[in-house]
Design a protein around this ligand. Sequence first.
Ligand SMILES: Nc1ncnc2c1ncn2[C@@H]1O[C@H](COP(=O)(O)OP(=O)(O)OP(=O)(O)O)[C@@H](O)[C@H]1O
Ligand SMILES: [Mg+2]
Length: 433
Amino acid sequence: MMMYERLVQWAADVWEERFPGQRFVTLRAAVECGNMIAHSQVKAGRKLRGKARYTGYERIECPVITPISDYGARGNKMVLTATAGAYIFHFDAEGEATFDVIFAAAYYDDDMQDLVSIALVPDDKLETWAAFEAACTRAVRPRIRRRRDVYVIGGADAFFDPTVDWEDVILPDELKSKLLDDMQAFFKTGVPIYRQLKLPPFRKLLLAGVPGTGKTMLCAAMARLAIQEGCVVVYVSGADRDGASFEKIQRALQAVAAARYPVLMIVEELDAYLRGDDKARILNVLDGIESPNNPQGALMLATTNYPEAIDERITKRPGRVDRIFIIPTIQDARHAELMLRHYMGDQWREEQLVLIDQLIEQPGAFVREVALHARMLAAHEHKTEVSLDMLEQSVSTLLRQIHADADFLQDRRPITMVGSNRNKRTNPFGWRD
Ligand SMILES: Nc1ncnc2c1ncn2[C@@H]1O[C@H](COP(=O)(O)OP(=O)(O)OP(=O)(O)O)[C@@H](O)[C@H]1O
Ligand SMILES: [Mg+2]
């Protein structure tokens, strides 16, 4: 027997016992009615549609259900959330008899953390029940009601700042314009096409590349442009204390679906979610089974350092990710020069061109570090100018350090790093795409 059948059978018996002869309809109910957050926010006395009022609930025992709760952080407090259990909700309406609804929620099975929930409702009270369900759902789901530009999904230490200028991201022009065109075309012309095809307008782009090539920076710059064009940004941080959990993706998807605006959803380090127990569910999201349906359109921008880890699961299966953009290290002298000029600022001199060759195949973060280090050396020596010598010294110091780190880390493979680097390769600059 299916779980819902067992719940309905049990509830129908309770109904006969408590409200003999009263007619009811059996419904698939909103699971949020069994959520502790809803119970604490939708209080007895709440006015519902018409003259009806919700007057409270009691918990009842149900042999089919083993009561158990999920829990999570709300602000800085831990609270109980989704709960398996059975309840009777009480209602009254002006000038009419009071009435009750029997509600039960249970988990399908051990693997799926999904509740199935049913309700037995007097057949002339559907309006009231629908209003109550809607109130519970609103209490639980993160909503984007008032206009705010960026929603960060993650712990208290999660952070995202979309203030990067598109011009400051130094990458091949062709790559940048393809990425931007893709986003703009999706929101302008793509969304209506998805809708015509009765598909949720959800497009997925993946930025892949070694650490420090500017993926996060690119996300921030895209976010800024998206906001200017009227989008809301939902940013999922994997780098906070809670790490990469499906629960976060789920919260983000709910926010995406509930937003009344087009959404740019950013998921950093997508590979981390594919390594955990929840990978099947992430794949469902990518496949469209659990895709958010935001009629205004949602574009997911994901990043990874491990395109090969994602390889078979994603790249070999069309549709899981619509496009993969490889974010390269510095590929040629022109790109290297632009990067060095940018980070040397007013300390840039033509003679520094001799160093260009050493920057090829390095990520942007390397050049930034080289420039900062040289400028600090100069300041330390009370010089107003960065000499070529200092810049050369800075390049060789950094290269040496990277190689030493790589050797050090290779000798001790089992050490796992903590903090935001924990998912990174051991040799941060030693890999080429
Ligand atoms: N293409 C680039 N143009 C300009 N600056 C860059 C570029 N790439 C990296 N940088 C500099 O290096 C810093 C680190 O880059 P960023 O965090 O964007 O790399 P990433 O690709 O996200 O790395 P990771 O994979 O480790 O998350 C940036 O804040 C920026 O200062
Ligand atoms: Mg990054």
